[in-house]
Design a binder for this molecule. Structure first.
Ligand SMILES: C[C@](O)(CO)[C@H](O)COP(=O)(O)OP(=O)(O)OC[C@H]1O[C@@H](n2ccc(N)nc2=O)[C@H](O)[C@@H]1O
Ligand SMILES: Nc1ncnc2c1ncn2[C@@H]1O[C@H](COP(=O)(O)OP(=O)(O)OP(=O)(O)O)[C@@H](O)[C@H]1O
Length: 289
């Protein structure tokens, strides 16, 4: 028996940090959506009681450090499951990019094992389990558009954003999420209008969505890494409707309505950056231009 699951990347349309909590996490409020850039997860049932990770990507650990491994182990220990699983990860999402690749693999593993082992868990039960693996995993379990609060685990789903193209560029270095949060100085940041962003999505108001885009973590990463700032400026000059860094970075994305303009940005970035992608926000397959 085997099942296949798609594990899409996320982007943050807005990311606000409200305060630092006593547990050393930050209380956040962010609007996220999934994009059509996805890893492919294959789960193959094993009779023996073990978890095997297979991945060709040299940046992805194939032991218990892998978030997909942790997801399988968590389900097994929580529910006392004695069967094993081989988890094959075909990696397409860049690693340590601010696109929640590992979290999405963990979430896809939770969804897929729920099917493979006929566990009958609800999405909210899977999301609650996912929060024990990482702050972004709950959102990734829902696999849609949502507001995330708390440390990222309190999810309220939203309708899909207005149709558009997303061009992403990832500079070569990876960024440590923990270090970015540690270096954040909240007194110096301008906070995004989260309520306005939620309203723009509810109204399917593309212009308002573009105006309300914002990420307080840019104040750290753009300062520490001039390459990221340079990509952001290039995208702005190339005629994007909105440009933002995703998560703690270093990936920067442009939002554009017209396919022809998305291609222009994609082509102009390819000269500067090895990893450039042009995708749609998920859920839109027609009437884009
Ligand atoms: C930057 C984002 O990706 C935005 O979606 C998330 O906030 C981070 O999600 P994540 O990578 O799943 O985060 P975790 O693996 O839970 O935490 C990594 C580290 O980031 C910091 N962290 C994370 C989430 C949060 N709300 N406050 C934090 O301060 C903590 O130092 C933590 O040790
Ligand atoms: N399945 C996985 N895919 C990618 N990286 C993984 C995976 N499991 C564990 N990791 C480890 O997690 C680290 C961060 O990887 P990931 O691609 O999830 O970062 P990210 O996109 O910046 O995450 P986030 O946006 O949630 O902060 C990697 O350096 C890698 O060692």
């Amino acid at each position: 028996m085997f099942v296949l699951e798609k594990a899409p990347a996320k982007i943050n349309l807005s990311l606000d940090v409200l305060y630092k909590r006593p547990d050393n996490y930050h209380e956040i409020e962010m609007v996220m959506t999934t994009i059509d850039l996805a890893d492919r997860i294959e789960l193959i049932g094993l009779d023996e009681d073990r978890i095997i990770i297979e991945s060709e990507n040299r940046f992805v650990p194939n032991d218990e450090r892998n978030l997909a491994y942790r997801a399988a182990r968590l389900l097994k220990t929580t529910l006392g499951i004695k069967q094993g699983v081989k988890i094959k990860i075909e990696k397409y999402i860049p690693v340590a990019a601010g696109l929640a690749g590992g979290s999405s693999d963990a979430a896809a593993t939770l969804r897929g094992l729920n099917r493979l082992w006929s566990l009958g868990l609800t999405t909210s039960q899977l999301a609650e389990l996912g929060s024990k693996i990482g702050s972004d995993v709950s959102f990734c379990v829902y696999n849609s558009t949502a507001v995330a609060r708390g440390r990222g685990e309190r999810i309220t789903e939203l309708k899909a954003p207005p149709a558009c193209w997303v061009v992403l560029a990832k500079p070569v270095m990876g960024v440590s999420t923990q270090t970015v949060y540690q270096k954040l100085k909240l007194e110096n940041v301008s906070h995004p209008d989260t309520t306005g962003m939620i309203e723009a999505i509810k109204q399917s108001d593309y212009e308002a969505m573009c105006e309300r885009i914002g990420n307080v973590l840019e104040s750290v990463t753009l300062k520490e890494y001039p390459e990221v700032l340079q990509i952001k400026k290039l995208m702005e000059q190339s005629g994007a409707d909105a440009v933002l860094m995703s998560g703690s970075g270093p990936t920067v994305f442009s939002i554009v309505r017209q396919e022809s303009r998305a291609y222009r940005i994609y082509n102009s970035l390819r000269g500067f950056c090895n990893e450039v992608y042009m995708v749609r926000m998920l859920g839109y397959h027609q009437n884009l231009d």
